[in-house]
Design a protein around this ligand. Structure first.
Ligand SMILES: *[C@@H]1O[C@H](CO)[C@@H](O)[C@H](O)[C@H]1NC(C)=O
Ligand SMILES: *[C@@H]1O[C@H](CO)[C@@H](O)[C@H](O)[C@H]1NC(C)=O
Ligand SMILES: *[C@@H]1O[C@H](CO)[C@@H](O)[C@H](O)[C@H]1NC(C)=O
Ligand SMILES: *[C@@H]1O[C@H](CO)[C@@H](O)[C@H](O)[C@H]1NC(C)=O
Ligand SMILES: *[C@@H]1O[C@H](CO)[C@@H](O)[C@H](O)[C@H]1NC(C)=O
Ligand SMILES: *[C@@H]1O[C@H](CO)[C@@H](O)[C@H](O)[C@H]1NC(C)=O
Ligand SMILES: [Zn+2]
Length: 508
């Protein structure tokens, strides 16, 4: 029942992975239409008014003043990764730590149960939410965080899928596929850091131990379930306490317990609340241990999650065998969950079955959609790869695709994998460290500037909810690779990603 990386799981567990079970029913918290339809217009309008006001002001105050206003000096972050910095007793190089708390839905932070993550975000910053890639599953998203690529480009298009080129199946919890680097496209941030000559350490982050180019992290702790948080904390600190020449500058760590609780009991359960408090204390312990070592001005810490969680305790089933009739027997491969990629046998009339599916989707009144590579929504960035099945059924929140034999067996009370525009699928982002101080200083100096005040839109990527808390607008998780690369001062080595060029430059 876990996001295993292989090894410790028995093969028979692989067919009942938790991300395969479960589905459904969020009450009204996701308003897809408003997400999809309001933003562009609003943006355009704001943009126009900014330009207009700028023109008017330019005319009134004259260009010289505008120039002075824009030239005001900003605090600058220091990204030199070889420079030695002292914590008072020891020398350190620039170091960054990224911790993934699997399944921490963005709005869990508003439950009043995570005082420590919120305190860290107050000292540093947080995002309203972070948008995962589609499909909103653990392996596609942990690899998107590592590589900055959408699933179609990084190749891990689901937790389990068929690859027509190698004629073999990827299974997230079978070591023979998980540790076989040929599945994993793109360049993880630890490969980039190693290429730049930095030492790296990987504590169970989902992915292969060695990339297809033969690069491995300096230190590697393989996936194991039920490792106490204290052990993970101690391992991270052990790395940080290594002598300078052995100390990793990039540390990645992974924790699955909250996701497991969400699947088992659902996002609104006492169990989730209890585990949420535990991972919050984990975050505090990491922060406190860095503070005790006088390292908070040297080490940047980024807490993320991979996706959210939706309640699937009372799903409405869509029976695919009813929909397809005898076409059901023509299915050769079925990928993913809760979205479902279909491959019919070459002899079958797949165009005919696609027709049937599309008509059923239209008649369902919005219970599910059926896409081909051609009709897949562009925003999913989920078509340019032969590993993506030619026909994909994507259920809406509240619905589960199953058949009469399976009949929803193994269905969990919580699930994810749905449309990545849905708020309940969104992940968290909380960061603290020297870079966040610079971000805040810039923000504060910007706020105090006359021209900024006059020219700026009410929110240019930030909400200031109080004097010292800065909440970034929702952004996509493929930006995280570029953040880490920037924090480590290794942008010259950066691989090409699907992150937005200059995305972080506007913040610091
Ligand atoms: C903590 O580190 C800072 C530099 O980051 C240093 O100036 C200060 O003296 C250190 N404090 C102690 C108690 O060593
Ligand atoms: C790794 O997977 C590929 C298919 O993607 C396969 O061709 C190859 O034989 C596998 N290698 C090993 C060592 O299992
Ligand atoms: C500096 O870091 C080292 C290594 O983690 C630690 O042993 C030492 O106590 C720290 N120094 C201070 C002043 O906290
Ligand atoms: C299928 O599942 C539904 C809902 O859990 C249940 O009501 C129904 O009896 C099940 N049907 C069979 C054939 O098991
Ligand atoms: C902001 O700071 C001022 C002065 O320090 C204080 O009075 C006010 O309550 C603070 N506002 C918030 C929202 O924390
Ligand atoms: C994502 O990045 C990869 C690598 O640079 C590139 O090949 C691909 O076209 C990009 N995808 C999109 C949608 O821009
Ligand atoms: Zn996950």
């Amino acid at each position: 029942m876990k996001d295993a990386q292989g090894r410790s799981l028995s093969p028979d567990e692989s067919d009942t992975s938790d991300e395969r079970k479960g589905l459904l029913a969020e009450e009204g918290e996701d308003d897809l239409d408003s997400v999809l339809h309001q933003t562009p217009n609003r943006r355009r309008r704001r943009c126009c008014s900014v330009v207009l006001i700028a023109l008017i002001l330019g005319a009134v105050f004259g260009l010289p003043m505008l120039y002075v206003g824009l030239k005001t000096s900003r605090p600058v972050a220091d990204f030199d990764n070889q420079k030695l910095r002292s914590n008072g007793t020891h020398q350190f190089k620039k170091t960054a730590l990224i911790v993934s708390i699997d399944g921490l839905r963005a709005d869990y932070l508003d439950r009043g149960l995570t005082p420590h993550l919120l305190a860290i975000s107050k000292k540093g910053l947080r995002a309203k939410s972070m948008r995962p890639v589609f499909p909103t599953l653990t392996f596609p998203n942990h690899w998107a965080l590592m590589t900055g690529l959408y699933a179609e480009s990084h190749g891990i298009v689901a937790n389990n899928f068929w690859d027509p080129q190698s004629r073999s199946e990827f299974h997230y919890n079978r070591v023979e596929s998980c540790w076989n680097s040929s599945w994993w496209f793109g360049e993880p941030m630890w490969e980039t850091a190693e290429n730049a000559g930095l030492l790296t350490a990987n504590l169970m982050w989902p992915g292969p131990p060695v990339t297809s180019r033969g690069v491995e992290s300096t230190y590697f702790v393989p996936w194991k379930d039920k490792v106490p948080l204290k052990e993970k904390h101690d391992q991270i600190m052990e790395w940080i306490d290594l002598p300078l020449e052995k100390r990793p500058q990039l540390i990645m760590a992974y924790e699955p317990s909250l996701d497991q609780a969400g699947h088992l009991a659902g996002p609104k359960s006492d169990l989730v609340d209890r585990v949420l408090k535990q991972v919050d204390v984990f975050a505090k312990d990491i922060h406190d241990s860095l503070e005790a070592r006088n390292l908070t001005d040297i080490i940047d810490v980024v807490f993320v999650s991979d996706h959210g969680m939706t309640d699937t305790s009372h799903p409405e089933f869509i029976y695919i065998d009813d929909v397809l009739g005898d076409g059901f027997d023509e299915l050769e491969h079925v990928d993913g969950w809760p979205a479902m990629g279909l491959r019919f046998s070459p002899k079958a009339d797949s165009a005919h079955y696609l027709n049937i599916l599309s008509e059923a989707a239209a008649a369902s009144g919005g219970k599910f959609d059926v896409f081909t590579h051609e009709t897949m929504p562009t925003r999913f960035h989920f078509s340019g790869n032969s590993r993506i099945a030619p026909i994909y059924i994507v259920p809406r929140i509240g619905y589960v695709v199953t058949d009469h034999v399976e009949n929803g067996t193994g269905l969990n009370k919580g699930s994810h994998g749905y449309d990545n525009a849905q708020a309940s699928m969104h992940a968290m982002f909380v960061a603290h460290g020297p870079f966040s101080s610079v971000v805040k200083a810039i923000q504060q100096s910007d706020e105090s500037r006359l021209f900024k005040r006059l020219l700026s839109r009410p929110n240019k990527g930030w909400h200031s909810t109080s004097n010292d808390t800065y909440v970034m607008d929702t952004f996509q998780n493929v930006e995280v690779y570029n953040l880490m690369v920037k924090l480590l001062g290794i942008e010259d080595y950066a691989a090409s990603t699907n992150g937005t060029a200059g995305f972080w430059d506007k913040f610091f």
